[in-house]
Design a protein around this ligand. Structure first.
Ligand SMILES: [Fe+2]
Ligand SMILES: [Fe+2]
Length: 123
């Protein structure tokens, strides 16, 4: 499985806190991909639970910053975060680890490059 290639210009949404968190999250996902490529599937499930805290704190910060500037994207982001949790839990319980990683890669790249780009310049 291919890791996500971080590109500051491509991924920056114009806020240093958010950009740093996104970068750290991508590093964590890439670490899971590296484990997967080494065949350490059981470790991935354990580590996803640990990185869950990092993902969660990003959502809290993002929602707080958006709310602070009265962004019209606040509600959409909050809804998207909630949906993410539900979907991830479902996939973790019912699907093989391959699907979990594919979901993380797809969701997070879309989260940054599509959803968060909508508020670029607001924060
Ligand atoms: Fe978000
Ligand atoms: Fe984000």
């Amino acid at each position: 499985m291919q890791p996500i290639e971080w590109d500051e210009d491509k991924y920056s949404v114009g806020n240093q806190i958010i950009d740093n968190q996104h970068h750290q999250i991508i590093i964590s996902i890439n670490r899971l991909i590296a484990q997967y490529n080494k065949g350490l599937k059981e470790d991935i499930v354990k580590d996803i639970n640990q990185t869950g805290y990092q993902f969660e704190s990003h959502f809290i910060v993002e929602e707080m910053l958006l709310e602070g500037v009265g962004s019209p994207h606040t509600k959409d982001e909050r809804d998207a975060h909630e949906k993410y949790h539900i979907n991830l839990m479902e996939i973790l319980i019912e699907h093989p680890v391959d699907d979990v990683l594919i979901y993380l890669i797809t969701w997070w790249t879309e989260h940054i490059l599509v959803d968060n780009m909508k508020f670029k310049g607001e924060l």
